[in-house]
Write a protein that binds this ligand. Sequence first.
Ligand SMILES: C[S@@+](CC[C@H](N)C(=O)[O-])C[C@H]1O[C@@H](n2cnc3c(N)ncnc32)[C@H](O)[C@@H]1O
Length: 289
Amino acid sequence: MAFHCRTLTPGIDLYWGDCREVIEHLRETGQLVDFVLSDPPYGQDYVNEAGERIANDKEPPLWSVPLMADLLKPDTAMCLFTSPKPKLMGAWMQAMLNAGLTLPYPPLIWHKVYGGVRPDRYFSPSRAHEMILQAFKGKPPRRRWVDAGRFKPDDPDAVMSHWDAGHIWTEPVPRYKRNRRHPTPKPPGVMERAMWHYTSLNDVVFDPFMGSGPVGVACVRSGRRYIGIEVERKYFNLAVENIQRELVRQTTVEVVKVCAERAAARNIDASSDRSLIVDAETASTTSAT
Ligand SMILES: C[S@@+](CC[C@H](N)C(=O)[O-])C[C@H]1O[C@@H](n2cnc3c(N)ncnc32)[C@H](O)[C@@H]1O
């Protein structure tokens, strides 16, 4: 099967195809990446309430770990979502070790608020969390702690302090009322948190199991470059739609900011001056191309 690449804006490249073929192509072109952040099929033959399944989910696609590791630059991180089931989590961790990665830190926990597994199914407490394994090629990337222990959205190179970060990240699972869209959606906010820890502005983030594109959305929000791959056409299209929407949102935010700045400089009301809006539109078009 051939693959197809769509560049939404310079630095945001989405591939429709099998990640094995695309990774081979990336290797041939000498592409390396600064961070792997991905949500592969867990290998548990998951079926949602609408009867939808995930491609390559019968067995965990452990073959992908050395392929992803090969693309990483030295002293970088790989974060993979996985099921908390010990057998599956253990298999992914062993694959990471086999690929020459280190696992010095415990997994992160994504607390998704709404339970996924009913207690009566496994006779165990209901579960509302997934794991995020953290592995490293060489040393963990150097992180710049923020003294005040706060997220600083206007400083894209800063990370949260130990106090804010913790190991349990609570963020509701995205819910699509009218249309469930992707069977296993993850929130972009959790992706953003991982990125703030392990990357800097303009770094290349790689996600070979893109789904509906939450990692790409987080990259657009935080000024990182992105390479995403999805094998299913409908999910590839969904990722294009979601990431494009975020690009437009960011452009709009920029336009409003430029308008406000120029209005403040001239001491006038931005909403009443058409010329400011035209100026700002020009500014945002230039910065988006
Ligand atoms: C667990 S889902 C990712 C969901 C995503 N995090 C989201 O929020 O939408 C894994 C995705 O990997 C895709 N996939 C499975 N095998 C693949 C392969 N060989 N190459 C690329 N994508 C693949 C599936 O179609 C599925 O969309």
